[in-house]
Design a protein around this ligand. Sequence first.
Ligand code: ADP
Length: 449
Amino acid sequence: MVWRLFSLVLCQASAAVLGWLIAPKGDEWQTTLAMTLLGGYLWFVLDSVRGLRLLGWLRAGAATDLAIGNGLWGEAYDRVRRMLRASARLTVESESRLTDFLAALQASPNGVVLLDAQTRIEWFNQTAADHFGLDARRDLLQHFGNLVRDPGFAAYMAERNFLHDIAMPGREHSSAKPVTLSVHLHPYGEGRMLLLSRDITAVEQAEAMRRDFVANVSHEIRTPLTVLAGFVETLQTLPLDDQERQRYLGLMSQQATRMQSLVSDLLTLSRLEGSPLPSTHDWISCDALMLQCEQDARDLSHLLWAQSHDLRFESALGYEIAGSALELHSAMSNLIGNAIRYTPSQRRIDVGFKLLADGGVVFYVKDQGAGIAQEHIPRLTERFYRVDRSRSRDTGGTGLGLAIVKHVAQRHGAELGIDSVPGKGSTFSLTFAPHRVRRALEVPANVLH
Ligand code: ADP
């Protein structure tokens, strides 16, 4: 303000002095007064020009620098410029925060869609784009309900009870490859909504598998139980002679054994699922395993068939596998047991270990049984999947053997191979990777034939 007053006075004083100097004789006072007024007027014009320049600069967006000098307009310019800079810095900071925030939402494994008060799409992440088939260039500001036309979702939106989520088919859902999404709307702000979507296909499948499993187990247990109950009733109500009584008791014992095997296989499976992975430092002799299995195999063949099989166990290999002896024995005896149960008597069954060129080892069981048609092979390791249902039951099968073998193989990093030709026979194999195999430090004398 002082500078403003000073410049006005200076302008008028200079004009007054100039007026005095150029005034004709006798006219000095009049000319000086006129020039003082002119000076004031000139100052006003110059001052207005500076104000107008500042206004023009502001209207143009204040993008460039302006040389406007000191005084009132200079200070106004300075202050405006500083305020603009501070606000630009704030804008940059908020933008970067928003970018970080959106990047975090983008990285979310769940689908995120922001909807405005009219349920138009404001923003969505890539997961949501995949879930609902959205396109950022095409679908922004479109009504979400127009793009996702699922009756369940439409009812959910209409009901406006957002305390729970709903399950709906995803964009790529088909009967061959089901995709199920869980969708939950969360209202926020003024009528806006946050939509979260999650792919729950695996969870749904696991739940369906659990339901099937419980139904299967119940069925498998109920059948022998019903038979047992029937026999008990017969024994209680009918006067039977000793021979008949013994026959009934024998049949009852068979059913009880069947239930025992089922419970034992179920326990083995649950142990395999629940226990830590087998150690990679415990070394089990292949030859000791073979010895154990061979005796079991000969007993089973005698028990099931009038004339036993031509069982051939390959001679000692002198190698060791890292893992659990109990689990490996269980897997091997399941494969050998199947070969015996599904191969007619007297036919040949070959069992052995083979060293591979890469240093790995393969355990194989080759039979000359009925074989398995190709379409069944991918499903053989499913729990309770049986090709020959009656043969499985008659020979004490539980339908869980190959599921156990698959688990043991996975836990030992091994691969289960199934090769079968209907009418000719099957070869089941377990291939162990080289890092799980080593030459036995000492081959026990009793395993060298
Ligand atoms: P199970 O207790 O019924 O034998 P598994 O899981 O061990 O159950 O085997 C699943 C099905 O695979 C069997 O029911 C049988 O039909 C078939 N299978 C398994 N091994 C053989 C084999 N060596 N030869 C023919 N069929 C086999």
